[in-house]
Design a protein around this ligand. Structure first.
Ligand SMILES: *Cc1c(COP(=O)(O)O)cnc(C)c1O
Length: 362
């Protein structure tokens, strides 16, 4: 008996997550300096981390011999979000809380529903828990909530919604999401993944955290990886009813978020200047890249995040030509979009370099 064959079929069927190509890897392959490479592949904040978070990390280094204490970060989030501390669950990135939701509600014989072209972690989390994936067809590349509602089976226990979605950037108006919550059976958990929430203009944001009071099956997830610029530290969180949060905490590793990440997240939440600068840089960069794509005659999917997905004749070929010029974007063939590429909004100079390299790649 080969040991690998003993893994459950759902585990063997998992396609591994393909991350954005690291700068250091391309630098090694091309034999060039890391400084000459532009990486716009992983929706990272081009401004780096908040200066307040950096100072907090430096200060927290002296406490590394101690196990982390989540109390202060949970208290701060509880105050900011207007929910009780026992409704907040911290994750090693929000990816971690997505995984916790799958482990709590999914198992062999159960299924989860998500949209075609939705975030790649939903099938990973579902299959890791032994569950089955039910994929609802997309509409104009975005989530079709009616199709998702129709896809729910008697064995479905989780529905995943990314709003805005990655990699397509589509955004569902809050009223539609709320109507969906009202229509979903109450024995199905709805995970509303809002990793890009802070990139929405405040007037467009849903008051999704307040909905948790009304819908005890709702789990809202957010992250410090995107606008807060802490992707490498891994911090995210879920807001849910106290009952659901309690279950998520039972399967959570006790010390899943490290001391430096906790310190950085606390400081980053209060660095309003950095958040405002990041928001504004993204708004201007989105205009710059969208204008450039139009100039090149390329179609794009209107995006509400810090990235934009555009169509080319051959995604893999254009990607290779960009790499040869030291520009890393994200091919998204794995999302069923082989002739689209996703580019993260960078600094003005990075966006310009991307557009020049793209023009030479077509
Ligand atoms: C980036 C992203 C996340 C979160 O990533 P973490 O770094 O694990 O917090 C979650 N959902 C979507 C849709 C994302 O794009």
């Amino acid at each position: 008996m080969i040991i690998a064959a003993q893994a459950p079929a759902t585990i063997r069927a998992i396609s591994p997550y393909v991350p954005g190509k690291p700068i250091t890897e391309l630098a090694r392959e091309m034999g060039v300096a890391v400084e000459s490479i532009v990486k716009l592949a992983s929706n990272e904040n081009p401004l780096g981390m908040s200066p307040k978070a950096r100072a907090a990390v430096e200060k927290a280094v002296s406490g590394i011999a101690r196990y982390p204490d989540q109390f202060e970060l949970i208290a701060l989030l509880s105050e900011r979000l207007g929910v009780a501390p026992n409704q907040i669950v911290l994750g090693n990135g929000s990816n971690d809380v997505l995984d916790l939701a799958a482990r709590v509600f999914l198992a062999p014989g159960r299924s989860s529903v998500f949209s075609q072209h939705a975030f790649a972690v939903y099938p990973l989390a579902t299959m890791s828990a032994g569950g089955e994936c039910v994929v609802a067809p997309a509409r104009h590349y975005g989530h079709d909530l009616a199709a998702m509602r129709a896809a729910i089976r008697p064995d479905t226990r989780v529905v995943w919604i990314a709003n805005p979605n990655n990699p397509t950037g589509n955004f569902l108006p809050p009223a539609e999401v709320k109507a969906f919550l009202q229509a979903v059976p109450t024995d199905v958990a709805v995970v509303l993944d809002e990793a890009y929430n802070e990139y929405l203009p405040p007037a467009e944001r849903a008051d999704s955290v307040a909905w948790v009071r009304e819908f005890s099956n709702l789990i809202v997830t957010r992250t410090f990886s995107k606008i807060y610029g802490l992707a490498g530290l891994r911090v995210g969180y879920a807001v849910a009813s106290a009952e659901v949060a309690d279950l998520l905490n039972r399967v959570r590793q006790p010390f899943n978020v490290n001391n430096l990440a906790i310190a950085a997240a606390r400081a980053a939440l209060d660095d309003h200047l950095f958040i405002a600068e990041s928001f504004e840089l993204n708004r201007r960069g989105m205009e710059q890249i969208v204008a450039g794509l139009k100039r090149l005659g390329l179609e794009h999917i209107p995006s509400h995040g810090n990235f934009v997905t555009f169509a080319v004749a051959d995604g893999a070929a254009v990607n290779q030509k960009l790499l040869k010029q030291g520009v890393i974007v994200r091919p998204i063939g794995g999302y069923g979009l082989p002739n689209h590429l996703r580019v993260t909004i960078g600094l003005e100079t990075e966006n310009a370099r991307f557009l020049e390299a793209l023009e030479r790649s077509l």
